[in-house]
Design a protein around this ligand. Structure first.
Ligand code: HEC
Length: 453
């Protein structure tokens, strides 16, 4: 069952009128179910959950589209918000456990609600969204602001991007720290200027000679840039705050390229001049973070395994109108020393045809590192394991890394419909490797820690 499709349908209804969707919410308005229902009120029980887990994106000027930060606004969508919380669609988080993938440990900054919190929202909606007494409200827990504790350097662009119309824009911003010597960075944060339109940002470290522009310059770019992705930001995303003792080294001949994905409001002309903030390491780290990309992208198709629809050699081709087409890739971890290398985070990358992403590691043990069973191009981020360095999964010499990307190149895929529309196409076309929105990739990003000699 495609939960997102349901919620999207809901969203369409919501923009027309909340009530229709709220009435659809299963069980909404039934009342009386479960113990203590009558006791659940907005001010005592619901506001603390919504303020902590939802209001960051659901308030005026933020990407969530409608507010959930007052009693009136929460009441208006009580049924649908409970339904979205129960199904796990909200807050958005795509690295979920499945029957075939139980990733090691837990994720850092996992925003998902607990079962108790979901039950509280449901009980509140079922009881008719009682307000309670504002004078007796549960005190708000302080929410840590989404910023670095210290900013040593902020890199800004020359001119803002203008975002209007109804087609998503992809702008690459080249930002040159002009370091005179190799410099350790241990924190990165996108300082978002206009959260109404900034949908996600991918930061890469790129050789200056390969950068798409000069310092501060903005260029169009849908596909990847040269270089190595180090950070993915989505609305509500936390700063990239490396664990103590871990750093990223930026060389004098390297610059940062931030690819901003803008989603126009459809009704207004907006500007955005988001910048990037860096925290420099104060002592030399003992681990260097290297982001390794493996998989199939625009010009590389190594490791590809034989699959359906291949003619002779393994071929990366997602035929038009095929749902559930699978491409798989396999790699052997090279010699990495007797202790192996700790893996700090993992992320996936596909475009609009991609539907399911899975990566496993097998050796002495078999581990599923990550699955994103409902791939959403708009919510790409790196998933960080929440463990001390000794407790992180490790890549060991000779282990087998396996990627599985599943595509839906049929009109049943809502993302594809939108991408086709934007290209003025009425029906799916064969999809091959490439950078464009109607081409595909299957890439894993592995945040590998290497001891600093
Ligand atoms: C990280 C940002 C973010 C957070 C946190 C968040 N939302 Fe959303 N929400 C969105 C966006 C963006 C949409 C618009 C639809 C989409 O893109 O999926 C949305 C849509 C919705 C909708 C409309 C129906 C739908 O699913 O499309 C509801 C209801 C909702 N959110 C409830 C919640 C609740 C309840 C919480 C907290 C438990 C929450 N949201 C937390 C970003 C967020």
């Amino acid at each position: 069952m495609n939960q997102r499709a349901i919620s999207r349908a809901c969203w369409v209804v919501m923009s027309v009128g909340l009530a229709a969707c709220a009435d659809d919410g299963d069980g909404a308005g039934a009342g009386g179910a479960g113990g203590g229902v009558g006791d659940v009120t907005y001010y005592q029980d619901v506001a603390p959950i919504l303020n902590r887990s939802c209001a960051g994106c659901h308030q005026t000027g933020q990407i969530g589209g409608f507010s959930l930060d007052t009693y009136e606004s929460a009441k208006a969508s009580a049924g649908v918000l409970a339904a979205n919380a129960e199904s796990g669609v909200m807050p958005p988080f795509d690295a979920v456990e499945t029957d075939e993938c139980d990733p090691p440990g837990t994720w850092r900054d996992d925003p998902r609600l607990s079962d108790d919190e979901k039950e509280t929202l449901r009980a509140w909606a079922d009881a008719g969204a009682p307000e309670g007494d504002p004078n007796d409200a549960t005190p708000a827990e302080p929410i840590p602001p989404p910023e670095l504790d210290r900013v040593d350097l902020e890199l800004t662009r020359d001119v803002p991007s203008t975002i209007s119309g109804d087609v998503d824009l992809f702008h690459c911003v080249t930002l040159d720290p002009a370091f005179a010597e190799p410099t350790w960075v241990d924190g990165i944060h996108i300082n978002v200027d206009n959260p109404l339109v900034a949908h996600h940002a991918i930061t890469s470290i790129v050789k200056r000679a390969d950068a798409p522009g000069a310092d501060g310059e903005v260029t169009d770019c849908f596909g990847g840039t040269a270089g190595i992705m180090v950070h993915g930001w989505v609305p509500g995303g936390k700063p990239f705050d490396l664990p103590p003792g871990v750093g990223i080294s930026i060389q004098p001949d390297e610059v940062l390229v931030v690819q901003m994905h803008y989603h126009p409001t459809g009704t207004s002309v907006e500007e955005d001049a988001s910048s990037i903030q860096l925290r420099l390491a104060q002592t030399a780290p003992s681990w260097e973070l290297f982001v390794q990309l493996r998989g199939n992208a625009s010009n590389a198709s190594e490791g590809l395994l034989p699959g359906p629809n291949d003619t002779a050699e393994p071929e990366f081709l997602v035929p038009a109108n095929v749902e559930g087409h699978v491409e798989e890739m396999q790699y052997t971890v090279p010699e990495v020393g007797p202790e192996g290398l700790p893996l700090l985070f993992v992320g996936g990358h596909m475009h609009y045809v991609g539907r399911d992403f899975k990566v496993t590691l097998s050796g002495a043990e078999d581990e599923c590192l990550l699955q994103i069973p409902e791939w959403d191009f708009n919510w790409q981020l790196f998933y960080q394991y929440d463990a001390p360095i000794e407790g992180l999964p490790r890549l060991r010499t000779g282990d087998t890394l396996r990627l599985r990307c599943t595509y839906d190149n049929s009109m049943g895929n809502p993302f594809l419909g939108k991408a086709l529309d934007e290209q003025g196409l009425a029906a799916p076309v064969d999809v091959t490797l490439g950078e464009a929105s109607l081409e595909e990739m299957c890439i894993v990003a592995l945040g590998v820690l290497v001891p600093v000699p």
